[in-house]
Unconditional design. Structure first.
Length: 202
């Protein structure tokens, strides 16, 4: 597993540190502790392990696509309300570099399981939303209603096992094309891992 060092840098401002994990660049805002960034990297290592149980061909293909594209993971403290309270409400949107970003992980003051849930959900959004996009450009196309991921989501919805009624009411149709399959992918992965009762009971 290729894990880099946590490095201070002005190259990705307002993020002031980065850490590379298998080509995914973890970008941390100044308020985030070093140990939390390292913990996020450690969990990525567990998701992408060096083990004989993994399909080495598919894994190598995935890691190759991560390495050849600029994929990142944003990390901040507490959540948007915290940054509003210190007068920096849109701080995380100030970055305008080439690293492709889809989601945010927040370092929060909560139970261990709730913090792990926060990390896992948004790591999976990054892996499925960005890494899978390059690895399976046709099958994992959120914007093609006939892609494998969308057909699987529609099957689950028709069977009543994936429900979105009353959710994401503030999003437009274009935004929903990305968010609904992204959330579906997250839910079926953590369900397959049998993590629901421990980390996502609600």
């Amino acid at each position: 597993m290729s894990v880099g060092e946590l490095t201070s840098s002005s190259d990705f401002l307002p993020y002031d540190r980065f850490l590379d994990i298998e080509g995914i660049k973890l970008l941390a805002l100044p308020e985030v502790t070093d140990n939390f960034v390292k913990a996020v990297a450690s969990i990525y290592s567990e998701i992408l392990p060096e083990t004989s149980n993994a399909n080495s061909v598919l894994k190598d293909q995935l890691l190759s696509n991560i390495s050849s594209n600029e994929i990142g993971q944003r990390i901040g403290l507490s959540g948007p309300d915290y940054y509003e309270s210190i007068g920096q409400a849109e701080k995380w949107h100030q970055y305008s570099g080439e690293v492709e970003l889809v989601d945010f992980i927040w370092e929060i003051n909560t139970s261990k399981n709730e913090q792990l849930a926060e990390i896992l959900e948004h790591q999976l959004h990054t892996i499925t939303g960005l890494a899978f996009k390059y690895t399976y450009p046709t099958k994992w196309n959120y914007f093609d209603s006939n892609s494998d991921i969308n057909l699987a989501m529609q099957e689950a919805y028709s069977a009543g096992v994936y429900k979105t009624d009353g959710m994401y009411g503030d999003m437009d149709a274009e935004g929903l094309k990305e968010v609904l399959p992204q959330e579906f992918a997250f839910w079926f992965i953590v369900t397959a891992w049998d993590y629901m009762d421990d980390y996502f009971p609600d």
